[in-house]
Ligand binder design. Structure first.
Ligand SMILES: [Zn+2]
Length: 267
């Protein structure tokens, strides 16, 4: 039985509605990722993470995986390299809002977004609150970077600043997911982030950044990367995906099981 939303007929979806199936919507983007990674890196990670979560959850709870959103918002500064497709931030927000609203209006109550691109964090956060106002349902947003942070920090080989964009974290994941699209002979550490301060986390994945200050304006990049991909390995990538899946599965199980949510109607 397929867990992919697109494979279902409407009567099958009606059965999923009766089971209150958990919906997962992976969101990546298409943008340059240095000399050695494909432009769909974020979308590819989003899709792989979605499959990994759905496969892990399917034996326990009813789950449906929506198609990955592969285009989104990136800042103008990233268009200096070919491959960055930019959907204006408000258009992106409206599109994601409408996709989410469609499934919530269908009657699904448990929807989780997979945030797999740094520039989307703010817009997705806002959308989740707008959906509360519009649909009286609270969706969840999870990020494989945040949910693999501790495990990754314990085994990473790169120094601080080695994992912001197209560095060790992302390169390891793509080496694990689809090594055929990585050209490690082109990987270079020349654009490792050299600026550090107590207020700016050394790596975007850390989830510990205490202020908002765009990395892209702190140091120019020659190759379109910020980090050190040369030490990336498929083994590290597997550990990252396994950790993000284990932690994500634990959260999504809890998210799905909590049925006594507060609603406006209940006030
Ligand atoms: Zn990326």
């Amino acid at each position: 039985m397929s867990y992919q939303f697109r494979d279902q007929s409407w009567p099958m979806l009606k059965e999923h509605l009766e089971k209150d199936s958990l919906l997962i919507l992976p969101i990546g983007t298409t943008e340059e990722h240095g000399l050695h990674l494909p432009v769909d890196t974020d979308a590819r990670i989003a899709e792989a993470y979605g499959h990994s979560l759905a496969q892990a959850l399917a034996p326990e709870i009813p789950v449906l995986l929506l198609d990955t959103i592969r285009y989104g918002y990136s800042m103008q500064i990233m268009r200096q390299w070919p491959g960055t497709i930019v959907v204006r931030s408000r258009v992106f927000m409206d599109m994601v809002f409408d996709v989410c609203r469609s499934v919530l209006d269908m009657g699904f109550t448990k929807l989780a977004l997979l945030d797999c691109h740094g520039h989307h964090s703010g817009p997705l956060n806002t959308i989740s609150r707008e959906l509360c106002d519009a649909c009286d349902k609270a969706i969840a947003i999870i990020s494989p970077a945040a949910l693999s942070r501790d495990e990754y920090v314990a085994i990473r080989k790169s120094k601080q600043g080695g994992s912001i964009h197209a560095g060790e974290w992302e390169t390891s994941l793509i080496l694990h997911i689809s090594p055929e699209v990585v050209d490690m002979s082109k990987a270079t550490d020349m654009d490792i982030m050299r600026y550090h301060s107590e207020f700016v986390a050394g790596d975007g994945f850390s989830g510990r950044q205490r202020v908002v200050w765009s990395t892209w304006y702190l140091q120019s990049s020659t190759t379109g990367a910020y980090g050190d991909p040369t030490v990336a390995t498929a083994e590290t990538g597997k550990l990252i995906l396994d950790a993000a899946t284990a932690n994500g599965t634990r959260f999504l199980r809890e998210f799905w099981q909590k049925k006594d949510m507060v609603t406006l109607a209940g006030l």
